[in-house]
Design a protein around this ligand. Structure first.
Ligand code: SF4
Length: 424
């Protein structure tokens, strides 16, 4: 992958810091190759979202092109202007989420850059989802129209209840997942329930490991960079079969534990710890590391949550696979971003001993900015930690201004450092 990236005209990417994360990054490329192989063997390829249960795809051996992952890569590789432009020429308004304009551009382009020739395969089926937002379902329609392929939509009920998760919501979403399986079975795939239970058992064990990894990441100084955290959070979804093992995540936990034991952080002389609560700057990923030149590290960021919410392993029961998957999705703090998400960030501020919060407002996201002000107030009330909210469309490079973003972050760091000095 590095070679493909070096050839592209893009801003410099951060490199993985931990050895095991570098291995994961290569394993993700193996995952793309497996999809190409399946396509060459005549298997129907499914265009889908990372936010549909991967366990179902794994249990049915379905090769999947994750559209929103490719959209994010287009931005990370500095190609968002080009692919958003293609989507706009096809009739998608510029006000639509930039991740989805990138997705449509990559999927519907007549010609693609080398990386996408490797990562994209023309789909035979599409499985759409309305979680976490309607953009997810809409961008699929462009792909369905382009290729004239059969499609199916999974409907996730929005949290409209207080307190305990109601059984009727779990039953409804479990039924939606059974419908997804029925759609795949109508197109040549077979569900092996025993394999699905094994996949759920794998997720349960993985979530236990991820909870241990999360504890390591909370250490001071922060042992894991923001970029490594994003790759590691995405890895369970897109790693190739060979690399998708518990062993690779055990190694990640052990490498982190070793760093924590030695007191090794990603920045020398850590002075400040930050929480990033908006969509991060995919088109300039180095921005999440920008504050490090002043000893300030982004210890936690939102992409980890977007890539997959880690449900409490105690709530996962492989004997009830569809219900376990439904619970994981319904409990996700992004369903929808309200009280659950605000509580999640307040908890993260405490657990990660955060000094300041960066709240980036992405103009073309109609969902996440809606809770930024409420999150800022809740964090301030509960912990006294300040938040800066600022405009940053860090997905469509045509709307991104690095200089003004650096100036905003620097001014906020000045305030945080002065505050810390006064308190000491
Ligand atoms: S939540 Fe916002 S950023 Fe994410 S896909 Fe939806 S509109 Fe885009």
């Amino acid at each position: 992958m590095e070679e493909q990236l070096e050839e592209a005209d893009h801003p410099p990417l951060p490199l993985p810091d931990l050895k095991v994360v570098e291995e994961m990054q290569l394993g993700i490329v193996d995952g793309f190759a497996e999809v190409q192989l399946a396509k060459a063997q005549g298997k129907p390829v499914v265009f889908s979202s990372v936010l549909l249960p991967k366990e179902i795809f794994q249990a049915m051996d379905v090769p999947v092109v994750y559209g929103n992952v490719l959209g994010a890569y287009a931005s990370i590789f500095g190609l968002s202007g080009k692919y958003c432009g293609i989507a706009e020429d096809l009739g998608t308004p510029r006000d639509v989420c930039a991740v989805h304009r990138c997705t449509i551009g990559v999927a519907c382009a007549d010609e693609r850059d080398d990386f996408f020739n490797m990562a994209f395969a023309v789909p035979d089926l599409a499985l759409a989802n309305n979680f976490p937002c309607a953009s997810e379902a809409k961008s699929f329609l462009a792909v369905v129209d382009k290729y004239g392929i059969p499609h199916h939509v999974v409907d996730t009920p929005i949290r409209s209840w207080d307190g305990e998760l109601p059984d009727h919501a779990v039953r409804y979403l479990a039924g939606q997942y059974r419908g997804m399986v029925a759609f795949l079975e109508r197109h040549g795939y077979r569900m092996d329930l025993e394999r699905l239970r094994e996949e759920i058992a794998f997720t349960k064990a993985l979530n236990t490991l991820m909870a241990e990894i999360e504890i390591c990441k909370q250490a001071v100084p922060a042992p894991m960079s923001a970029y490594d955290s994003v790759i590691a959070a995405t890895a369970p979804l897109v790693l190739g079969k060979e690399k998708r093992t518990l062993a690779i995540f055990e190694r990640l936990r052990d490498e982190l534990r070793d760093r924590v034991r030695r007191g090794k952080g990603v920045v020398e002389n850590e002075r400040l710890r930050l929480l990033w609560i908006g969509v991060p700057p995919l088109c300039d990923f180095k921005l999440v590391n920008y504050s490090e030149h002043r000893g300030a590290v982004v210890a936690k960021n939102l992409v980890e949550l977007l890539a997959g919410f880690m449900l409490d392993p105690a709530l996962i029961d492989p004997q009830y696979p569809f219900e376990s998957l439904a619970r994981a999705q319904l409990e996700n703090p992004l369903n929808p971003p309200g009280r659950g998400l605000i509580d999640y960030f307040v908890r993260a501020t405490r657990e990660y001993r955060i000094d300041g919060v960066l709240g980036a407002v992405k103009r073309t996201c109609a969902m996440l900015p809606s809770v930024q002000r409420l999150t800022k107030d809740a964090i301030q009330r509960a912990t006294g930690v300040p938040t800066i909210i600022f405009d940053l469309d860090g997905v469509d490079a045509r709307e991104y201004d690095a200089a003004s973003t650096h100036a905003t972050i620097d001014a906020f760091l000045d305030v945080l450092l002065a505050r810390k000095e006064k308190a000491s």
